[in-house]
Design a protein around this ligand. Sequence first.
Ligand SMILES: [Zn+2]
Length: 417
Amino acid sequence: MLNRAKAENIQNWIEKINTYNSTPEFGTTRVLFTEPEIAAREYVKDEMRKLGLAVREDSIGNIFGTLVGNNPELAPVWTGSHIDTVLNAGMFDGMAGVVGGMEALRLIKESGVNFDRSIEVIVYTSEEPTRFGLCCLGSRAMAGHLTLEDTKKLEDKDGKTLESVLKELGYNLNKFEDIPVKKGEVFAAVELHVEQNNKLEKKGLPVGIVKTICAPTNFTVEVTGCQSHAGGTSMEDRRDAYAASCEIALILEDLALKCSSEYNTATVGRVEVIPNAVNVIPGKVRFSIDIRDCEFETKVELIEELKKEIRKIEDKRGVQVKLINENNDIPMKCDATILNILRNSCEDKGIPYDVMISGAYHDSMFVGEFTPVAMVFVPSKNGISHSPEEWTDFKDIALGVDVLAKSLLELANKKEL
Ligand SMILES: [Zn+2]
């Protein structure tokens, strides 16, 4: 029925997209609505048209390439990912899923097989938070969590708002309210993505089927102690905000290591020490906490445990700790029927696979709020991503596309899930 995906098509597309890059001297940088990103968008739209897809864009720049089914009134099946990057990134994160979707649609079209529902490949706007500090702008707006009002508040480092950038580029903000997708308007969505971990590589498997996408809970922590002279203040008299912060970080690490859930992580990634001087005991420290888990309950338990430990540290060290909760997101459980379809597609094509958890979040986390989702992973060499070292073999992406194409076709002919 379907031919096998061509690794060389995938390679050509990825390498061409990679030429749209503002840091060719070190990795790939393609930040939302900068010159290279806009050029990459135009290139992808052109390639979609060459494949015979109908191309449209919504008011926040989500791009849709549609392969029209026999019954276009039915809710479509979606695939796709993103083409923006973090700073000095690689050429696969996001792009594998966009060109993988294009290759899947090419195979389906070439086969001449009949299918009912239209199948669409989507380029979601700005999955990475690089420019406006908020991730998944496109899919977030689709899920109804980013309004036109919000775009007026989101500023880049130059003080430009997302609203003004969209306006400048000619997006029709009067239609912003049309972006949110209601339940039932999309039948199902499957995103192909690089794994960003080394589990597939360790097992020597080309494909992963994602059953859960971990969701982050983020805190800003403010520890207040007493700023004082590093030499003049005896050890027993200090209220060192930094030492207290370190203790919190170590307890967090320990709680995460001991956590009973199948996959979880905890990270202190940003630390600000005040006044940050060699001869002064830090009086204040601000730091970030990022906790992710595949189960919401175990995440909540870990946070409760952490709060108890923090109270003990406050007493012991004479510091005050303020925990500011930024977000507390619920992990996305992928749809059981789509997972079965993906499993069967792997078995049918003789492609070995594993069922796994995604520690990183993806657009599918938001898309999953309005339609059943699942994801297909392909291996990341040494588990590295968000780095110029990022690598996935094109032939592995092609195997992922074989699974994707077969599954999309099956979904496009399904009456219900
Ligand atoms: Zn990504």
